[in-house]
Design a protein around this ligand. Structure first.
Ligand code: FES
Length: 279
């Protein structure tokens, strides 16, 4: 009920205020201002509790009061990616504030209301209505995470504004700094694609830049019998060479070695979401 009310409020408030203030405000400035909440360190789980390609939901910041903690605006999904990394995003869809869920079989976060699909590597909408919203209102707010020596995962602060979006091009900043200080240093970058691409198309991207493949992430689809029905299942795969990737039907992310300037150039490719420096 509270979620429904918020949906109505968001739509009404947005439309009426935009109509009133539009002549006085820049569109982007009105729709979204980046926000970073005061750091609040909270233990979420231990990495051992999470299988790769799975998620748990938790409240942040948790108060111990179930009524407050169940507020949808305090709900986050912690996802352990098939690569082993963990990511935590606000559960509130940046379209009209329904709550998304994670589907390991397709490796996607999907919103049940109007079909927005988010890429779990970045929390950026890749299909559906939220993907048509302008940057940075097309990305879920993300929690900053730390993992201690015993595998405990802590949330330490929020990037973005729940329900509205997040700056994510800031992921390019470490590369921009390296471009200034060490332009010839070889770097390894992780590149989530906007959507899974046929392997041949993804490899054409690799060949069109001055890069060496480190890892290619993709899948093969198989038709299998389950409970008397034929269903499509994905086998998730990692290849280290273009030849190995030939066994995949589609590719959803690339890890490449290159120079900072070339990596920044790749970020402009419309098929990729962003480029992240591997530590
Ligand atoms: S509320 Fe999520 S797609 Fe509309």
């Amino acid at each position: 009920m509270a979620g429904q009310r918020r949906n109505i409020l968001k739509t009404f408030f947005g439309v009426s205020l935009i109509a009133t203030l539009a002549p006085f405000l820049s569109w982007g400035g009105f729709l979204y201002r980046p926000e970073r909440s005061a750091a609040l360190r909270q233990r979420i789980a231990n990495i051992k509790d999470l299988e790769p390609n799975s998620r748990i939901t938790f409240s942040y910041p948790a108060t111990g009061n179930p009524q407050i903690d169940s507020d949808p605006f305090r709900q986050y999904g912690l996802i352990r990616l098939p690569t082993g990394e963990v990511k935590a995003y606000s559960k509130v869809c940046v379209h009209l504030w329904c709550l998304w869920d994670y589907f390991p079989s397709s490796r996607e976060m999907q919103c049940p209301c109007h079909g927005t699909v988010y890429n779990p590597d970045t929390g950026v909408a890749v299909r559906g209505p939220a993907s048509l919203q302008p940057y940075p209102t097309n990305a879920l707010p993300e929690l900053e995470l730390e993992i201690d020596g015993e595998g405990n995962i802590y949330a330490t602060g929020l990037k973005g504004r729940v329900g509205y979006g997040r700056e994510y091009r800031e992921l390019l900043q470490p590369l921009q700094q390296l471009q200034q200080s060490s332009p010839n240093q070889e770097v390894t970058v992780y590149i989530p694609l906007r959507d899974a691409l046929p392997t041949r198309t993804a490899l054409e991207i690799v060949r069109s830049y001055d890069v060496k493949p480190v890892r290619i992430y993709g899948f093969r689809e198989m038709r299998v019998e389950r409970d008397g029905r034929t269903v499509t299942e994905r086998e998730w795969m990692v290849a280290e060479t273009e030849a190995e990737a030939g066994d995949m039907d589609a590719v959803y992310a690339l890890e490449l070695a290159t120079r900072p300037a070339e990596a920044i150039k790749i970020a402009e490719n419309r098929q990729v979401i962003t480029v992240m420096l591997r530590r």
